[in-house]
Design a binder for this molecule. Structure first.
Ligand code: SIN
Length: 490
């Protein structure tokens, strides 16, 4: 029977290396806190390069045996892991909410979302095909086979503490790679719980290793992986500056990289849009995880003919959103992750107001709830001089920009170094074709605000990074192609 854990049994505070829970080599620890209250939840291992090295040693030792399992043997273990994650959905969801702050319903939803990648890649493990290349010369046979790339380092963000690490580890393990992982310092507990369940599912010692590190130790610790030629791939979700740093520093050992970086997504509402659908889609896309999502719309462009009506419809709905701690069953927006996040949101809103924006809803901190809460906000009359146009706010703020024609909207939408997600609402089939081709983004939502699925390729263009997660393409990032040329055949 699939084992169910109590929440407190899932909370681990040590590193997991070579199948063992171990304190950091120098016994250092750092505090993980609840963003709603500031209460310390656990003191976890604060790793150093020695711990990173121990994790790589274990992963390198475990690689040959894991790589040589039959794909269906790896698939069976991944399916067990998926079943365990789902059997523990409530406890894991509560842990996500506790350390990250998203409402409980969203925490549980994230568990199902993360598990869907594990199930997907368990199946994909059995479909890693190569090719027989049509014969070019008599007596010669040419084939292309796919092999696991080797040891993978996964570095994951705090905004989806379970789903992001699941969608990196699952394809790596399915492909036959072994893994060293470091979750974000704000949310290491969910990642450790996930690793605990992987071990329970039968992932052998050394195949999956996880170390935790504070903000102060993270750079030096990860540097060990960047320099180690046994680590053949880095997969990272996080900011563009950190992605560029990883690309630069791992160049010395020419590692393969998958980088899912910053967004600054545009959301365009044309005069011919179904406005009810557009408001619903924007609410779903923007306020998921309180706006702390790489694919959250950051700039909302509304055509002049529907601007006032749309602004009014939207701000009424936004004003009704319930802001409360994750534990409140009615909460729709929880606390932001930390005070730096709050300060950035406030800076963006203050700057917008100084440049002439008008508050239609929210526009303020909510200190009566705690230091990390910000009211869901709608700002009218946004312009391109404002900070929130050039940078991701990563919070519950919707700036509304006005535009007159399609070319102007597309130009403005693409006028950013980023290209992760983009959205537009229109009922004109010709416009839908034109705009979906013109938008420079890895993902385009057309009359739809909820984009993510384990069956779809997730990733960006331009400075939003490269590589794709999920879908039938998601395994490619963990595989290399070997060409076999057999000669002297009769
Ligand atoms: C992210 O914010 O990086 C991921 C969001 C998603 O999977 O939808």
């Amino acid at each position: 029977m699939t084992r169910q854990f109590e929440l407190k049994e899932l909370i681990r505070s040590d590193n997991f290396i070579d199948g063992q829970w171990r304190a950091a080599a120098d016994d250092a620890r750092f505090a993980v806190t609840d963003p709603a209250t500031g209460t310390v939840i656990a003191q976890v291992a604060d790793s150093s390069p020695a711990d990173a090295r121990a994790a790589t040693d274990a992963a390198a030792r475990a690689l040959p045996a894991w790589r040589d399992l039959l794909p269906k043997e790896r698939a069976t273990i991944l399916h067990k892991w998926n079943a365990l994650i789902l059997a523990n959905q409530h406890a894991l969801g509560a842990l996500i909410s506790l350390e990250q702050g998203k409402p409980l319903a969203e925490g549980r939803g994230e568990v199902a979302y993360g598990a869907s990648y594990v199930a997907w890649f368990a199946d994909e493990a059995t479909r890693i095909y190569g090719d027989i290349i049509p014969q070019q010369q008599r007596g010669k046979r040419m084939t292309a086979v796919k092999e696991p790339i080797g040891v993978v380092a996964a570095i994951t963000p705090w905004n989806f503490p379970l789903a992001m690490i699941a969608r990196k580890i699952a394809p790596a393990l399915a492909a036959g790679c072994t893994v060293v992982a470091k979750p974000a310092e704000d949310t290491p507990l969910t990642a450790s719980a996930l690793v605990l369940l992987a071990h329970e599912a039968g992932v052998p010692a050394g195949v999956l290793n996880l170390i935790t590190a504070s903000r102060d130790h993270a750079v030096a610790t990860v540097a060990d992986w960047l320099e180690d030629s046994r680590v053949r791939k880095i997969t990272f979700t996080g900011s563009t500056p950190v992605g560029k740093y990883l690309a630069r520093e791992s160049a010395r050992t020419l590692k393969k990289l998958s980088l899912e970086l910053g967004g600054n997504a545009p959301f365009i509402v044309f005069n011919d849009a179904d406005l009810d659908a557009a408001v619903g889609g924007l609410l779903a896309a923007k306020f998921r995880n309180g706006g702390q999502t790489c694919v959250c719309p950051n700039r909302v462009y509304v055509q002049a003919g529907v601007y006032d009506k749309f602004a009014d419809m939207l701000s009424r709905r936004v004003a009704e959103l319930k802001v409360a701690p994750a534990t409140d069953p009615d909460a729709q927006i929880g606390p932001m992750i930390n005070i730096r996040a709050l300060d950035k949101i406030a800076r963006h809103v203050d700057d917008a107001l100084a440049h002439g924006a008008r508050v239609l809803a929210g526009g303020k901190r909510l200190p009566e709830l705690g230091p990390h809460y910000y009211a869901p906000t709608v700002l009218a009359d946004a312009t391109h001089e404002m900070l929130l146009c050039g940078e991701e706010t990563f919070g519950p703020v919707v700036p509304l920009f006005r535009f007159d024609d399609e070319a102007e909207a597309v130009e403005a939408a693409n006028n950013t170094p980023f290209g992760l997600a983009s959205y537009f609402y229109s009922q004109d089939v010709r416009r839908i074709d034109r705009v979906s081709r013109a938008l420079q983004a890895g993902i385009v939502g057309i009359n739809e605000g909820a984009l993510a699925s384990e069956a779809a390729p997730f990733g960006g263009v331009k400075e939003s990074g490269y590589g794709r997660e999920g879908s039938k393409y998601g395994l490619d990032d963990y595989l290399s192609i070997k060409y076999l040329c057999q000669g002297n055949l009769a």
